[in-house]
Each structure stands twice: as structure tokens, then as C-alpha cells.
Ligand binder design. Structure first.
Ligand SMILES: Cc1cc2nc3c(=O)[nH]c(=O)nc-3n(C[C@H](O)[C@H](O)[C@H](O)COP(=O)(O)OP(=O)(O)OC[C@H]3O[C@@H](n4cnc5c(N)ncnc54)[C@H](O)[C@@H]3O)c2cc1C
Length: 418
């Protein structure tokens, strides 16, 4: 499609000009990216870096980027919101047009994305990296209790992170903080166990008679299990109580209790992470293909298996075997998609890429642990598989791993956003 044809689509030129994005240089095609998180921001930047003739429009509804990685340290008071908040407008340095708006609908037949304020924008290829939304309906009473401020998830960093920090600070010494974990797959497999650890570290310092009660719908600690359990027994004996096979089915904000399948459990602070799925936009656009939750993709290009010319990244995807939903993976998915889109728009056949996951977790204010893995295309299985013998976990928790965790975060923020 010629550039002039793009500009005809649904007044997209006017929409972008209105958003301060008037076009000047001729381009060979327009790629629209929805979601300026780890997946989307990285894809927008790398497409421009690898082919500056491609016009890239990034649509993000939030004014700034707040990182989920390290947000558990904020809850526990070991870091501030300013440490995990960044701008995304720096991407404009690469020629990415950043539009702060909500993508409300996708029309694959017209190849347009409708924005809440700026009208419709045409695309040759669309990248969708919208993250997750929650299945609140699977937990009776959740939404009502959340509206009343009696239960929080804090599983998207932002306002709920600050609210949960406040609740933990205001909790009486001797109180019980209940953390409920949904059945896998969920965003960031080690994230809840990190949260239990750093909240316990805060209690040990500030409220030594308080308890962390972990109610896990999974049978056992499902990521870095031996390392977390060792930290819990050596650092937080009597502070953290862990219960596997404990699925939350409801929340009662009046009695401050979590309803499990067989009993009710009371707490002073209720932090219940509901099951989740690919975010609303993916659902509305027909991108969800698996269990009404996730979007299946071709792992050589990240192109949706349901909707042509649309690439889905990050947590919204139906994960390949042994692949976690992580920032590290979303950033790598973005590079697969960017390379494939640049190839496709230049008439070349995309080549499969090998990608790496690295995921750090804090077990105290300063000590960290790590898990990593390498994933490569397996033609026979038609998916990415973990490379045997690659990666692994830290031998022991250490301050060095804690320092690496901060370096990892600063590096991935810079790689994705600047
Ligand atoms: C407590 C916690 C700790 C974590 N720690 C780590 C860690 O240490 N390491 C790690 O690798 N991962 C970690 N993760 C996981 C990581 O945060 C996610 O895997 C990652 O954010 C996924 O990236 P994404 O691009 O898929 O989604 P996101 O980063 O959530 O980005 C989605 C973006 O899309 C925007 N958006 C959505 N819909 C629309 C729309 N319709 N229009 C416009 N914009 C839209 C959203 O505003 C958002 O900015 C952690 C997660 C949590 C909750």
C-alpha cells in the first residue's frame, strides 16, 4: 500500500496531526503499536532503529511508564515510586510518534485502529502489546470489595502499588497480611514469592509481631522454589506461613476475609491477585484463541494466529512451553516482531531468533536470586522451546544478585524506553 493510501484511511493524517504528529519524511509503510510497556515500547524503537523509513506510531494511554519489576520493593518501603517511573516520550528521538490515547477498537478488514480521542489510524502492520486484564468475576465479591478499598491486587504497578504500601504501613503490629496467588499461568511466576519475602523483611524491621500468610492456588512455590523456601526458613521463620493448593474463590470486604474452597481466612490487609487474561483490547479484537484467555502467535514473527498482519507481544500471548510471562520475555518478543516486520516490509523472509529470559527477585531489601533460560525455534514442534542445559538459577541468595537486579532493571528500562 502506498503512503498516500494510508493517509486516506479514516482521516488518520488529521488524527495524528491533531496529536502533534504531522508527518514530514516519506515512509514506506506505517506500523501502529498499541501499548507502551516492555513489549510495545521496545518494538516501536527497534523497528525505527532497523528501518528508519518505516513510520511508527505508538499509542499508550498512560502518561508515564511505571515498572512492575521492582514495584515489590516500593510496597515494602525499600524504594520509591520515582525509582520505578519513567517517561516514554524519549522514544521520539528515534522518530517514533508517541500518541497518549486509548486504542478502543481494531478493524482488521480496513486495517485501522480507532483511538479514543484522535480518530482512526491506518496501519500496514499492527503490534498489540496491551498486557493483562483481570478476571474479577472468578472471585465472588472481589469488585465490590476492591471498590471499597478492602482488597487490592497491585499486579499492575501504579495507584494500587501506593495504596497497598499505605495499607501495610498503617497495619497494626501483630496484624496478618494475606497474599493470594492465582493458578498459573499468571504475570511473573516468581513475583508473588518475591512480594511475600520483601513484605516479611519490612515486618521484621517495623512490625515484628506481624505475619505474612501466602495462599497459593498452585500446589507448591512454582518458581525458584528451593531458593525462596531457604530464605523464608533462614530469614523469616515464624513470619511467613505458606499454604499450597489454596485457591481463593471469593472475598468479603466487610469481614475482611478471603474465601477458599473449604474455609474462610481473615486478614488485616487483603492482597488478592485475581486470575487474568490478555487485556481487553485483545479480547475485543478477536486475538484471544486459547481458553478465552491468551493469544496464540507464530513464534517466528509474533503474528497472531487469528488476525492477519497483527503481531501480539508480551503477557497477552499464549506462552510457549517453559516460557514465563515476564518483562524480559516481552522485550525479547518485541525484537522478534521488529525484525520480522522490517523483513516483511522489505520483501524478505523473517528468520527465527533465539531469545533469553532473565528474572531477578529480591528476598530481602538487598539480597537477590535469579532464574534464566534460552528459547529457540523448534521446526518439528512449530514453537519456541527451552534450550536443554541453558540458564538455571542462582546457587545462593546474595547482595551481588540484588545489585545485578537493579542493573538489569535500569538496562531494560533504557533498552525499552530511550
Ligand atoms: C509485582 C511484579 C513484579 C514483576 N517483576 C518482574 C521482574 O523482576 N522481571 C521481569 O522480567 N518481569 C517482571 N514482572 C512482569 C512484567 O511486569 C510483565 O511481564 C511485563 O510488564 C509485560 O509487558 P507487556 O508489554 O506485555 O505489558 P505491560 O508492560 O503491562 O504494558 C502494556 C501497556 O499497554 C497499555 N495499554 C493497554 N491497553 C491499551 C489500550 N487499549 N490503549 C492504549 N494503551 C493500552 C498499558 O497502559 C500498558 O502501558 C513483574 C510483574 C509484577 C506484577
Amino acid at each position: 500500500m502506498e503512503r498516500r493510501d494510508f493517509l486516506k484511511v479514516s482521516g488518520s493524517a488529521a488524527a495524528l496531526a491533531a496529536a502533534g504528529c504531522a508527518t514530514t519524511a516519506p515512509s514506506k509503510a506505517r506500523v501502529v503499536v498499541v501499548g507502551g510497556g516492555f513489549g510495545g515500547a521496545t518494538a516501536a524503537k527497534y523497528i525505527r532503529m532497523w528501518d528508519a523509513k518505516i513510520d511508527v506510531v505508538l499509542v499508550e494511554r498512560d502518561p508515564s511508564f511505571i515498572s512492575c519489576p521492582l514495584s515489590n520493593l516500593v510496597l515494602a518501603g525499600f524504594a520509591g515510586m520515582h525509582d520505578i517511573t519513567r517517561g516514554i516520550d524519549g522514544l521520539e528521538r528515534h522518530g517514533v510518534r508517541v500518541v497518549h490515547d486509548e486504542a478502543v477498537a481494531i478493524d482488521p478488514s480496513k486495517k485501522t485502529v480507532r483511538l479514543g480521542r484522535a480518530g482512526a489510524v491506518g496501519y500496514e502492520r499492527l503490534v498489540v502489546s496491551p498486557g493483562i486484564d483481570f478476571l474479577f468475576g472468578e472471585m465472588q465479591g472481589y469488585e465490590q470489595a476492591m471498590r471499597a478499598g478492602r482488597v487490592l491486587h497491585a499486579w499492575k504497578a501504579g495507584a494500587q502499588t501506593m495504596a497497598l504500601r499505605r495499607q501495610l504501613r498503617e497495619m497494626r503490629d501483630g496484624g496478618v497480611y494475606v497474599l493470594s496467588i492465582p493458578l498459573a499461568p499468571y504475570r511473573c511466576p516468581p513475583g508473588p514469592y518475591e512480594r511475600a519475602s520483601v513484605v516479611a523483611a519490612y515486618f521484621k524491621q517495623a512490625k515484628p509481631r506481624s505475619k505474612v500468610l501466602v495462599l497459593d492456588a498452585n500446589p507448591d512455590v512454582s518458581s525458584k522454589g528451593p531458593l525462596f523456601k531457604r530464605a523464608w526458613s533462614e530469614l523469616y521463620s515464624g513470619v511467613i506461613e505458606y499454604r499450597g493448593d489454596s485457591r481463593t474463590v471469593g472475598v468479603d470486604g466487610d469481614s475482611m476475609s478471603v474465601r477458599l474452597e473449604v474455609e474462610d481466612v481473615k486478614g488485616d490487609v487483603l492482597n488478592v491477585v485475581p486470575p487474568h487474561r490478555a487485556a481487553d483490547l485483545a479480547a475485543k479484537a478477536g486475538l484471544i484463541t486459547a481458553n478465552n484467555r491468551w493469544c496464540d502467535v507464530d513464534w517466528r514473527t509474533m503474528e497472531s494466529k487469528a488476525v492477519k498482519d497483527v503481531h501480539v507481544l508480551g503477557d497477552a500471548t499464549l506462552s510457549a512451553p517453559a516460557m514465563p510471562k515476564s518483562a524480559s520475555m516481552a522485550n525479547n518478543h518485541a525484537k522478534i516482531a521488529a525484525a520480522a516486520i522490517v523483513d516483511l516490509l522489505n520483501g524478505r523472509e523473517p528468520q527465527p531468533l533465539k531469545i533469553i529470559n532473565t528474572c531477578y527477585s529480591f528476598v530481602s531489601s538487598t539480597e537477590g536470586i535469579r532464574v534464566s533460560s534460552v528459547h529457540e525455534w523448534d521446526r518439528a514442534q512449530g514453537t519456541l522451546v527451552a534450550v536443554k542445559g541453558s540458564g538455571g538459577v542462582s546457587a545462593v541468595r546474595s547482595q551481588a544478585e540484588g545489585n545485578y537486579a537493579w542493573s538489569w532493571a535500569r538496562t531494560i528500562w533504557a533498552d525499552s524506553l530511550t
